[in-house]
Design a protein around this ligand. Structure first.
Ligand code: ADP
Ligand code: MG
Length: 270
């Protein structure tokens, strides 16, 4: 891997301070991280530590108060289709079908270069990739939570983003649905070689999916505490990994960080 591609996303000395009624609140401080092209990075930390704040900065939805963020050698100056985001709560348009929700994104990115038949084919292909062909004509109100998250993932993938940003995309799902979607995401990423930054607070999810786990300290002034390399061969199989001593050692390292070194202290003031 060349040094150019090994620094695909660069986060340099990033600080994020919010103005609040009680004065400035420094959520993130001295955050430094590089993500390589094709790498899958999980951001893990306790609730409220600043994971979404960091992901929103990479998405370009917010700008840092200090430091810089770069993607593919360009400053991240705002949101763009090359960095698509999937949130915990799908954010689908309820009056549109699954097909139309995805088609809207496809149209926005590719309509200047492709005709309607090509845009439709793209939409069909990505819906098939997440197993939603049969539900394409249903509206969000007519499908399960897991299926809605699949539409959100399909929509994000349909833009052929350079970077896929996931903010606890499976957080609101039951354990079995979550496991199924994790397996699907693993298969999709193996196929697309996407660069992924995924926020999670689920230790098993982080170990199963990622190449590196970035562990964040508690806020205020949260930063990156430790980074763990996950050297488990791919493709990964959750059943086989459940008995792997290497897997269990990674899992323990993350649990030690979260529950021993960064034991969560509930803040008295919000
Ligand atoms: N727009 C905002 N204004 C003020 N404080 C905020 C804002 N966004 C987030 N925060 C605060 O920053 C901290 C980190 O929030 P967040 O990134 O949402 O945490 P996480 O995603 O890890 O649960 C929290 O203390 C939260 O209250
Ligand atoms: Mg969050």
């Amino acid at each position: 891997m060349s040094s150019l591609t090994s620094k695909y996303i660069e986060i340099q000395n990033v600080e994020q301070t919010f103005k609040t009624k009680k004065g400035p609140f420094c959520a993130l401080k001295n955050v430094n991280l590089t993500v390589a092209k094709g790498e899958f990075v999980a951001l893990i930390g306790h609730s409220g530590c600043g994971k979404s704040t960091l992901l929103n900065l990479i998405a370009g939805l917010t700008r840092p108060t200090e430091g810089s963020l770069i993607c593919a050698n360009r400053e991240i100056a705002g949101p763009g289709p090359e960095r698509s985001v999937v949130f915990q709560n799908h954010s689908l348009l309820p009056w549109l079908t699954c097909f139309e929700n995805v088609y809207l994104a496809v149209e926005r990115v590719f309509s200047s270069s492709e005709n309607k038949a090509q845009l439709k084919a793209r939409t069909d292909a990505v819906l098939a990739m997440v197993g939603l062909t049969a539900a394409a004509q249903k509206r969000p109100g007519e499908i399960s939570g897991g299926m809605k998250q699949r539409v959100g993932i399909a929509r994000a993938l349909s833009m052929e983003p350079k970077v896929l940003l996931l903010d606890e995309p499976f957080g609101a799902l039951d354990a079995l649905t979550r496991a199924k979607l994790q397996d699907e995401l693993l298969a999709i990423v193996d196929k697309t070689h996407s660069t992924v930054v995924m926020v999670t607070h689920d230790v098993d999810e982080a170990v199963l999916l990622s190449d590196r786990i970035v562990m964040m300290t508690n806020g205020p002034q949260a930063t990156i505490g430790e980074v763990l390399d996950i050297q488990l061969a791919r493709p990964r199989n959750r059943v086989a990994l459940a008995e792997s001593t290497q897997y269990l050692a990674y899992r323990k390292a993350v649990i030690d960080f979260l529950y021993t070194r960064q034991a969560h202290v509930e803040k008295l003031t919000a």
